[in-house]
Design a protein around this ligand. Structure first.
Ligand SMILES: CC(C)(COP(=O)(O)OP(=O)(O)OC[C@H]1O[C@@H](n2cnc3c(N)ncnc32)[C@H](O)[C@@H]1OP(=O)(O)O)[C@@H](O)C(=O)NCCC(=O)NCCS
Length: 87
């Protein structure tokens, strides 16, 4: 579990497994669009690489989809309805 901190406040959080599964990349609303999400994602990937993973996977949210695609991730399956959202 990685935590991004700045000015004494938590700005983001994200876990990654040794197999490269990124469970979350969450940036607080106040800290968005300041490079925290990109830095978190690269740190999570580096952590997985060090643990021996050859690739990373994640489930994108509607909010993060364009960010994830721009970060080098590729769609690999049908949308998954969650939290009452429709596919
Ligand atoms: C998606 C999220 C992680 C992005 O983090 P962020 O700190 O706001 O993004 P950054 O400032 O690091 O942006 C990096 C780049 O992505 C772009 N970007 C950021 N959010 C974007 C979005 N929603 N759609 C398209 N581009 C986006 C930025 O413009 C920037 O581009 P640049 O490198 O060309 O300047 C963050 O908005 C977030 O946590 N959202 C809510 C929770 C969520 O859905 N998390 C993801 C799955 S659990």
């Amino acid at each position: 579990m990685l935590v991004a901190e700045g000015g004494g406040a938590i700005m983001g959080v994200g876990p990654v497994t040794e197999a490269g599964r990124i469970g979350l990349n969450y940036v607080t609303p106040e800290a968005r669009f300041r490079g925290v999400g990109k830095a978190m994602l690269r740190a999570l990937e580096a952590h997985a690489r060090t643990a021996g993973a050859v690739r990373c996977t994640l489930e994108s949210t509607e909010t993060a989809r364009r960010f994830d695609l721009a970060s080098g991730y590729r769609k690999d399956g049908a949308p998954i309805p969650m939290l009452g959202a429709r596919a």
